[in-house]
Write a protein that binds this ligand. Sequence first.
Ligand SMILES: C[S@@+](CC[C@H](N)C(=O)[O-])C[C@H]1O[C@@H](n2cnc3c(N)ncnc32)[C@H](O)[C@@H]1O
Length: 316
Amino acid sequence: MLVRPALLPSWPPRLEDLFGRAGPLVLEIGFGDGRFAAELAKAHPGWLLLGAEVSAGSVVRALRRLRREGVENVRLYHGQGPFALRNLVPERSLLQVIVNFPDPWPKKRHRGRRLLQESFFRRLSTRLGEGGALLLTTDHEEYFRFALEEAERTGLYRVEVRPPPETHLRTKYALKWEAAGRGFFHAVFTKVAEDPSPWPPIRRYPVAHALLEGNLPESLPFRKTPVPLRKGMAVFLEVARGEEGAYVLTRVEEEDLVQELLLEVRESERGLYAGVSRFGSPLITDGVRQAVAALVRLLEPLGLKVVQDHTGEGLR
Ligand SMILES: C[S@@+](CC[C@H](N)C(=O)[O-])C[C@H]1O[C@@H](n2cnc3c(N)ncnc32)[C@H](O)[C@@H]1O
């Protein structure tokens, strides 16, 4: 039920990898407590519903609901909607994208955080099938007008403003705003053309590690060390010492993917191993490989010598 990108058998995944079968695909971004996804999936048992949600608490609540209600045709991804759109959705495969009550980010300085921006609509056009559409429902008139303008600027959509379907007004937030006496806005953005720029899935690598020679010092002075990446940022947050070596809690931020993972420097049969711990099944991306390479670079002045480098950053 929960999609773990690092554990998928093929990359990018096929619908069969995600759902066990092919079928019409619908993506819901920001599914909250999952009640809309559950209802939609039950109303269309032949459809395949992928949900993306950044809040861990909401993902847990939605998973419980789907299990309780015996819903089989939904898969949930814990993370950014654009990440799911880019990496889990095959090109030209989507029948619909549902966005119910997106966070409005009303302050001017936060507008860049809004989901429904021109760049999003452009990229979305590469994942929608022919005649595929995004359905937006919101109580926030200013964000609604903003989304209409952003989509219209692309020239890739036919936009129709309609009364919201009754089913879209039964979500947690719809009921909350109805009780507060707010009005609702709904639009259907139907794809009529496609952005010509390709949007390939993020690259997933099989390994990122190095082997070193020497004695690992008792403590590693890497706590709160920032590591600039070619596209993003990593930080070594904490270092813990275990019996076999040291573990470095690392945050890696790349575009629409943020991962917290453990890097490890530990004794192995072939020498001192510096690489990504399997704990948490992180996705080995270019940023993760660069973070491992940065760790190795910091180990060298402590008297360790690199003998094999599989970080993708070369043996120096
Ligand atoms: C206002 S709530 C609406 C929840 C639900 N759709 C409803 O109508 O009850 C917005 C939801 O979107 C989620 N969210 C915000 N930005 C997101 C993103 N980029 N990707 C996925 N989920 C996101 C939030 O965590 C939150 O659960």
